[in-house]
Design a protein around this ligand. Structure first.
Ligand code: FES
Ligand SMILES: [Fe+2]
Length: 365
């Protein structure tokens, strides 16, 4: 798992004036809204004696620890230590890691890392969101899988033929082959579009858009674990299901799906699209959760890679490069110290004040 990316912590509507404890990258965080409604995220582990802040309460703009009542604001500064009485200034070392938060597309994104703003990878853009002529459907899923397996599944054009009953021919077409993939690269990601031919679409309205089941479709990744799929039914009608995901831990993935479309806009068609996406994602889940090993090896051991895997290989190279930048967590060391060391993902403020922190930063490879 990697630090220094934006992760979708929760749906915006779930974050309220009550503290909400969430797990990301195997660590605990707390989310809440201040008096102005601005969402915040800090580490869940109190810098006093390790109280679970998410089990405390929100007082004013701060989260108050349930153990001895220390209060932390959205910048991670400790505003009150009750046992010390009224204070002009609380010690800097009492501060806790606070993470940049951005609300977009109905989700609360948290930047889990210490990079300054100018160097941060971007959130996968979804420019159609909220635009006239587009409609969004939100769904969430929890899969028992490693995030790499999900990204590799979503960027893989050749599984569609076999996994998705409504989209591929299941091998009945003996002349089937994945055309040469032309990868398009963009900041923090890459993807490719291909021509597709699919069996009859399940309902008449969809069939009308693409009478011969011919069109263009493609997919790609953005950052460490967001993916997009673009389906062009014809010249104008588009369907873009995208996934923003967060590893709750190495083998639990929370998937926030936003399915955008600019056709069949009437809400009576939501059912058709929900069903179609629901079937497809379930077909993926059944295969992906059973892949062996659950966490793919770094050296492509036990694999034989073909040209249809080009986007997936691009993603693997990107991960290597991000690892070389020192963004990859050393999970082995963390496991060795499990239950003995409280770790925190280093926040941007650690770069400015490196010495004033109570919690141990996560070890990096
Ligand atoms: S452990 Fe949080 S205030 Fe003491
Ligand atoms: Fe799939």
């Amino acid at each position: 798992m990697f630090i220094n990316f934006w992760y979708p912590a929760e749906e915006s509507e779930q974050v309220t004036r009550d503290p909400l404890k969430v797990q990301m990258l195997g660590l605990q965080f707390v989310l809440w809204r201040d008096e102005n409604g601005t969402a915040h995220c800090i580490s869940n582990t109190c810098t006093h004696r390790g109280g679970s802040l998410g089990d405390g309460k929100v007082v004013g703009n701060c989260v108050q620890c349930p153990y001895h009542g220390w209060q932390f604001n959205g910048e991670g500064l400790c505003e009150r230590i009750p046992s010390l009485g009224p204070l002009d200034q609380v010690p800097e070392r009492a501060q806790i890691d606070a993470y940049p938060v951005e609300e977009r597309y109905g989700l609360v994104f948290v930047f889990l890392g210490d990079l300054p703003e100018s160097e941060r990878p971007t959130i996968m853009p979804l420019p159609e969101y909220g635009q006239d002529g587009w409609r969004a459907l939100h769904t969430r899923y929890t899969w028992n899988c490693n995030y790499v397996r999900l990204v590799e599944n979503q960027t893989d054009p050749s599984h569609v033929e076999y996994v998705h009953s409504g989209m591929g021919m299941g091998g009945r077409d003996q002349n089937y082959r994945v055309p040469k993939i032309n990868i398009e690269e963009y900041p923090w990601g890459a993807g490719a579009m291909v021509q597709f031919y699919s069996p009859e679409l399940p309902d008449q309205d969809m069939k009308d858009m693409s009478p011969e089941g011919r069109g263009e479709a493609g997919s790609g990744y953005h950052g460490i674990c967001s993916t997009w799929t673009h389906v062009h039914f014809n010249e104008t009608d588009r369907f873009y299901p995208v996934l923003y995901t967060v590893p709750r831990d190495e083998l639990t993935l929370e998937i926030f799906q936003i399915a955008m479309r600019n056709c069949m806009l009437d809400d009576k068609f939501d059912k058709n699209f929900r069903e179609r996406i629901g079937v497809a994602i379930e077909e993926d889940r059944i295969v992906v959760e059973k892949l062996d090993p659950p966490i793919p090896s770094e050296q492509e051991i036990g694999e034989f890679i073909v040209p249809a895997d080009d986007v997936l290989m691009h993603y693997r190279r990107a991960r290597k490069e991000w690892q070389e930048r020192g963004w990859r967590m050393d999970l082995k060391t963390m496991r060795d110290n499990q239950n003995r060391i409280a770790y925190a993902i280093p926040s941007p403020a650690r770069r400015e004040r490196p010495d004033d922190w109570a919690l141990t930063p996560v070890p990096l490879l």
